[in-house]
Write a protein that binds this ligand. Structure first.
Ligand code: GLU
Length: 475
């Protein structure tokens, strides 16, 4: 009997909860349900400089919002937590030791300077970059500042047999002696990922296409440990409408954006399903249960799926119309018409409100999605500056904002003021440009409390659209 299906997603908790994570989670979830198997969530947080608890919490919240709850976790009883690699350090160290003992790995003490010089030489000689194996035979012992590397076979080829793509072959000579344990004592993605997949009994690794080049290394690691490898499935990457790999400059990639703009989780699930799966015929609207029922890899296509926001809105509209007024009201309340949210914005517009009927026009930008930036683009441009220059400055500011946490008034203001110093802009100039971009008007409640209430995702989207509008202005 084949072993019961066990699959997982293994997101790294850095930055925002990504639509790509939800897309891969959906296919894993559906495959597990189809076969009565288990779907696991493993947080790959071994990059200590980039992983954050906020980001982990956002992943958990988004998966739950989408109805893709995982089946297992380390704390039994109550809702499951995820598995976390940061809690499994000794396991990786033991496994690295095992590979060293069997001659499949070695300690390396090459300094960053030496590795940099090596890369420069390789580039000058037009050779592929990679470690030259200097420490392979030196028999070094682990120690501070030292890493453990995998001793890749030097000859032959490694074949990855992918469920969707058939056999893909990689020359061993093209594979680097991959670092398995870093000098900070933490494992790299490759070691931790393979060890965990094995110990967690993963039968099918279903992940994004971008990991395919790592898979021959993983196949070789399984072999070095003497383990049987799981089945491999590499899903096509989501793409922007211009077919490039989905990116936050061109498309909102944070799941928070979709929640905040009132996309229904069931519609987003359906839309993500369409990215790689067809139910047959030209039927585009289907439920999760229908997808599970019909699921088979032969219905999964590998062509680069385009993440088209208009199509998502169209699909969402179909779901909304089916809900009935009472349910739509409930969804509106869960979105922004909650007492909690209204109580946040009433004090902000209250100053300028003379009659109740002025509330909606004064508060519209808190409650709507996209603004008409083309109509207001000139208002963003400070006197004596050009639209292109304004676009560039706003873009630099938006990039800083992307990295900035938390999204709260006081730190946002500090960030904006520091940015002005650097950019050589007067705060008055920047604040007006941002105000118009975010609220669509030249007079608004205090800017940074307003931004906090509008929320990170809408601010981000409006800034990006404002930048586009500015670029379209003829100077
Ligand atoms: N940690 C990787 C990620 O962030 C996991 C890739 C995989 O599924 O193996 O996506």
């Amino acid at each position: 009997m084949p072993s019961p299906v066990r699959v997982r997603i293994a997101p790294s908790p850095t930055g925002d909860p990504h639509v790509g994570t939800a897309y891969i989670a959906l296919f894993n979830y559906v495959f597990a349900r189809k076969h009565g198997g288990k779907f696991l969530l493993r947080i790959e947080d071994t990059d200590r400089t980039r992983s954050t608890l906020d980001s982990e919490a956002a992943i958990l919240r988004s998966l739950r919002w989408l109805g893709l709850e995982w089946d297992e976790g380390p704390d039994v009883g109550g809702p499951h937590g995820p598995y976390r690699q940061s809690e499994r350090q000794t396991i990786y160290r033991e496994h690295a030791d095992r590979l060293r003992a069997s001659g499949h790995a070695y300690v390396c003490d090459c300094t960053p300077d030496r590795l940099e010089a090596l890369r420069t030489r390789q580039r000058a000689e037009s050779r592929p970059p990679g470690y030259d194996g200097r420490c392979r035979e030196r028999g070094l012992e682990p120690g501070p500042g030292r890493v453990v590397r995998f001793a890749m076979p030097r000859e032959g080829a490694t074949v990855v047999s992918d469920q969707l793509r058939g056999e893909v072959s990689y020359e061993s000579a093209s594979l680097d002696d991959q670092v398995l344990m870093k000098s900070d004592g933490f494992p790299t993605y490759h070691l931790a990922n393979v060890v965990d997949d094995r110990l967690m009994g993963i039968t099918h690794v279903i992940r994004a296409e971008e990991w395919l080049p790592s898979t021959p290394k993983h196949v070789l690691l399984y072999r070095a440990f003497g383990w049987e490898a799981p089945a491999w499935v590499h899903m096509p990457l989501l793409r922007n409408t211009d077919k490039s790999k989905i990116s936050k400059r061109k498309n909102p990639v944070s799941l928070d954006y979709y929640r905040e703009t009132g996309i229904l989780p069931e519609a987003l699930r359906n839309f993500l399903a369409l990215m790689g799966f067809s139910l047959g015929g030209d039927r585009e609207k289907f439920t999760l249960a229908e997808m599970i029922e019909a699921f088979d890899w032969s219905r999964v296509h590998v062509g680069g799926p385009v993440f088209d926001l208009d199509k998502l809105s169209w699909l969402n509209g179909m779901y909304l119309r089916e809900l009935g007024p009472a349910e739509v009201l409930a969804r509106l309340r869960a979105w922004r018409l909650s007492d909690e949210y209204l109580l946040k914005i009433i004090p902000l517009v209250g100053e300028r409100m003379r009659r109740l009927d002025e509330f909606v026009p004064l508060a519209d930008f808190f409650l709507c999605g996209d603004l008409d930036h083309a109509a207001i683009s000139r208002e963003m441009v400070p006197k004596g500056r050009a639209p292109a220059e304004t676009a560039k400055t706003l873009e630099q500011f938006a990039d800083e904002l992307d990295e900035h946490r938390p999204f709260e008034a006081a730190p946002l203001e500090a960030l904006a003021r520091a940015f002005c110093e650097k950019a050589g802009w007067k705060s008055k100039e920047l604040f007006m440009a941002v105000r118009v971009a975010v609220t669509g008007r030249t007079a608004s409640p205090p800017l940074f409390v307003t931004m906090e209430a509008v929320g990170r995702e809408l601010c981000r989207r409006r800034l990006r659209r404002a930048i586009e509008a500015l670029r379209a202005v003829r100077a």
